[in-house]
Design a protein around this ligand. Structure first.
Ligand code: ZN
Length: 155
């Protein structure tokens, strides 16, 4: 199995951003259509949209949150990719699953302390791969198996 690369991460970020933009565009169109069909005037529609934009309402709030989450996940992923490179260069081939979040999801909680090769974790699903309930929001890490800390860390 190929290690995840920065290029892979760039593809994921681009796909997530365009999916989010598409969803918001559809929501905006639906919102405007609904208002028009119920007889609301263009002025009111415009001012409603501006208020939503200014106050981070239902429509534009999800845009702001989406950007925030995608960026946060991307930074975390890039850090993991870089750590993985360092580990490989140091000849480390056995890893331990470490849950970082204070309240890991049941899928990740069940993996806390599990030890295996990179290939093993690739096959069963790495942190953030989407195998778990927490999906891309997963904060778990694969630490070198020689890691002596707690298998559950709250940061
Ligand atoms: Zn999880």
């Amino acid at each position: 199995m190929m290690p995840q690369t920065y290029q892979d991460e760039a593809i994921i970020i681009e796909a997530e951003l365009s999916a989010m933009a598409e969803k918001i565009a559809i929501d905006l169109e639906t919102f405007i259509l609904r208002m028009k069909l119920t007889g609301v005037g263009d002025d009111i529609i415009t001012s409603t949209l501006f208020t939503d934009l200014k106050e981070g309402g239902v429509l534009f709030g999800q845009f702001k949150n989406g950007i925030k989450n995608i960026t946060k996940d991307a930074i975390h992923n890039v850090a993991n990719i870089s750590a993985e490179k360092e580990f490989r260069m140091a000849g480390i081939d056995t890893f331990m699953w470490v849950t970082v979040s204070g309240k890991p999801c049941p899928d990740c909680d069940g993996r806390a302390g599990e030890v295996g090769t990179k290939e093993y974790f690739d096959a069963i699903g790495n942190p953030k791969s989407g195998f778990s309930v927490c999906g891309r929001h997963c904060k778990c890490q694969l630490e070198p198996a020689t890691y002596k800390g707690d298998t559950k860390i709250s940061r």
